[in-house]
Design a protein around this ligand. Structure first.
Ligand SMILES: Nc1ncnc2c1ncn2[C@@H]1O[C@H](COP(=O)(O)OP(=O)(O)OP(=O)(O)O)[C@@H](O)[C@H]1O
Ligand SMILES: [Mg+2]
Length: 362
């Protein structure tokens, strides 16, 4: 089956690969926002994207990876790295979804458990995309890469970039795309600054959530009203401010340190704070030492599609026992959970005059 992408001769390879990116996006039915398009068009070897939540960073990255994997090469290889496998899998799963839907005939192998996708590229060679977790640095040793995408980059330790990832790009003169919301003035900030200065190899962008025309402005304004100023400035206005996380009332942003993948035989506990009106639903998984090992959050509007993500995360963390905030407007959402209930216990929060409604479910 043809996807109307031309197979290219060696002579034409470079030119066609670049020209075809936007044609490819049309084929994939992906219409980048103006902000995303700017990043896709950039030819900088290091692209650093510090943008607000829901700006479209991961979607951009997934499509950039698909385009890179299709570029003509005898053997292409690129990684998607994030603080944990779960986070890296968000971009990887988006890549797999796009390729499966639109380019299934190009799939040579899809090894889900190895976080590995191999496709036939436009030059007739094979290209591979692998998802990698930065909390297992040993897995970051090894091969030379054509490209690397780092999601939630501001959450990675500086040494992961400097001692592991950047080395992988030297042999093949590979490119890097670093995407994140800002988070203090860490190595990610330094990289971003470099792209704002005179370094021709670097290009940076900094855009607030509301520059994404697909988002509902009233939802963002409601968040502005609800959140502490510093948090809103960091998460939505995408400003680099020190210690903004310390005043954030959600676990994701109060959490410091590194998230961790599940360890066999370890018992985990989770808290699920269901979205209220304009809120985010937050899932936080902790180990017995009260360390936050995993955090996920998504907008209530996404609930229907994301419930599986909650269920999958609990399963991965050894069927973590979950406490669900079930009071107020969260209750109908809890009731609307699919017939097969989440393994968990409901509780009433402290606004509920202390009478705890403990209910054990499967
Ligand atoms: N160009 C686009 N066209 C249509 N939908 C888009 C586009 N870009 C992003 N989206 C949608 O907008 C939502 C947010 O996108 P995405 O997850 O890529 O943003 P993000 O910046 O990575 O967000 P987060 O801060 O939550 O990680 C998703 O539901 C995604 O499918
Ligand atoms: Mg994202």
């Amino acid at each position: 089956m043809s996807d109307s992408l031309p197979e290219v001769t060696p002579k034409a390879k470079r030119k066609v690969a670049r020209l075809d990116k936007e044609a490819l996006f049309r084929l994939l039915q992906y219409e980048p926002t103006p902000g995303q398009l700017e990043v896709h068009r950039s030819r900088a070897q290091r692209r650093v994207l510090a943008c607000g939540v829901r700006w479209g960073k991961s979607t951009l990255a997934a499509h950039e990876a698909v385009a890179a994997a299709l570029a003509p090469a005898d053997r292409g290889i690129g990684w998607v790295v994030a603080p944990t496998y779960d986070l890296a899998r968000r971009v990887f799963d988006a890549i797999v979804a796009v390729v499966t839907k639109h380019l299934a005939h190009r799939i040579v192998a899809l090894r889900e458990h190895e976080h590995r996708l191999i496709v036939r590229n436009m030059g007739g060679g094979v290209s591979e995309i692998r998802a990698k977790s930065a909390d297992s640095p040993v897995s970051l040793l090894g091969e030379g890469l054509d490209f690397v995408i780092v999601d939630e980059a501001s959450r990675l330790k500086a040494e992961i970039w400097s001692s592991y990832i950047s080395q992988r790009l030297i042999d093949k003169k590979g490119w890097a795309l670093l995407i994140s919301t800002p988070r203090g003035k860490s190595w990610f900030y330094e990289m971003w600054k470099r792209g704002m200065g005179g370094d021709r190899d670097y290009q940076s962008w900094n855009a607030p959530t509301w520059s994404n025309p697909l988002l509902d402005a009233s939802v963002i304004e409601a968040e502005r009203a609800r959140l502490p100023d510093r948090v809103f400035l960091q998460e939505y206005a995408a400003q680099f401010i020190e210690n903004a996380g310390s005043v954030f009332r959600y676990v994701r942003d109060a959490a410091t340190g590194t998230l961790q993948d599940p360890i066999v035989g370890t018992r985990y506990f989770a808290g699920l704070d269901l979205a209220k009106t304009e809120d985010y639903t937050v899932l936080a998984v902790l180990n017995r030492q009260h360390e936050v090992v995993f955090v996920d959050r998504f907008h209530r509007l996404d609930w229907g599609v994301q419930i599986e993500r909650v269920r999958a995360a609990l399963g991965r963390y050894n069927n973590a026992t979950v406490l669900v905030d079930s009071t107020g407007k969260g209750e109908p959402v809890y009731e609307a959970l699919p017939p097969e209930p989440l393994p968990g216990t409901e509780y009433a929060d402290d606004t509920d005059d202390g009478k705890s409604d403990e209910r054990k479910s499967a």
